[in-house]
Design a binder for this molecule. Structure first.
Ligand code: IPE
Ligand code: IPE
Ligand code: MG
Length: 243
């Protein structure tokens, strides 16, 4: 079975899950974090090389202050408690997103986890935090423009690979599979450039209910897809193209 080298997940539906149980939205975020923890291990044990989890978008800052600060607390707690486990599982942790907006204590926890897991060679785990793809693309355009202004780069030399390497996701390969839970079928400002040839898997399952079985189902669907990258090719040639 062909496995994606990179899975990206839009973990959506925590609030609705809690609402169904007549509990506060934050209850859903706490359960959602436990599910994320489990899915990280499942991906790692299945030999997935890269996993990006959309944990908090640039637009999520507009949520009620109380919800935002609880999400930050959950994240800080997760990192403090889980870093040892990540090391044990040989998982390297990093983040993409606008770190400057993240509270100092959370930023410190992130830095510690990144440092402590920097030597790990198994799963490359990336949290998209305070992340927005348009912001990321804007930042990369600015960086490239500065290189041009300094005379380090000629305008005619700007190509896809220059843009690619200026993005915060570099050098992680583009996601092969993007999963979104909760029935919504949109990207919500996630990996717009990188998703050019990703396979999408949408499920109605709310993130707090997402299980290893759902992951396997997504992997099976992925394995059955034929990726053509715009060409007309036989199966084995398509396989080679993606490697
Ligand atoms: C996803 O669940 C988690 C975050 C965006 C932080 P939501 O909080 O968006 O849950 P719904 O979509 O309102 O149910
Ligand atoms: C996307 O979910 C962001 C995360 C899952 C972290 P949202 O719930 O914020 O997206 P919309 O508002 O439904 O598009
Ligand atoms: Mg949502």
């Amino acid at each position: 079975m062909s496995l994606p080298k990179h899975i990206a997940i839009i973990m959506d539906g925590n609030g609705r899950w809690a609402q169904l149980k007549r509990r506060p939205r934050t209850f859903g975020h706490i359960k959602g974090t436990r599910v994320a923890k489990k899915i990280i291990t499942d991906c790692s044990r299945r030999g997935i090389k890269n996993l990006t989890l959309y944990a908090f978008s640039t637009e999520n800052w507009f949520r009620p202050q109380e919800e935002v600060s609880l999400l930050m607390t959950i994240l800080r707690r997760y990192l403090r408690r889980e870093t040892d486990n990540l090391i044990k599982e040989n998982i390297r942790f990093s983040i993409i997103g606008d770190i400057t907006r993240i509270p100092t204590d959370v930023r410190e926890a992130i830095a510690k986890s990144m440092e402590a897991t920097a030597h790990c060679t198994g799963l490359n785990l990336v949290f998209a935090l305070s992340y927005g793809s348009r912001q990321e693309i804007t930042d990369s355009v600015r960086e490239i423009a500065q290189r041009v202004a300094r005379g380090e780069l000629a305008v005619q030399d700007i190509d896809e690979s220059i843009i690619n390497s200026a993005l915060s996701t570099y050098p992680t390969p583009d996601p092969d599979l993007i999963i979104r839970t909760s029935g919504e079928q949109r990207l919500s400002n996630f990996l717009l450039w990188q998703a050019a040839y990703s396979e999408f898997y949408f499920t109605d399952v709310l993130w707090p209910n997402f299980t290893e079985h759902d992951l396997d189902q997504a992997l099976q669907v992925f394995a059955s897809r034929q990726r053509r990258y715009g060409r007309v090719l036989t199966n084995d040639k398509v396989e080679k193209l993606s490697n």
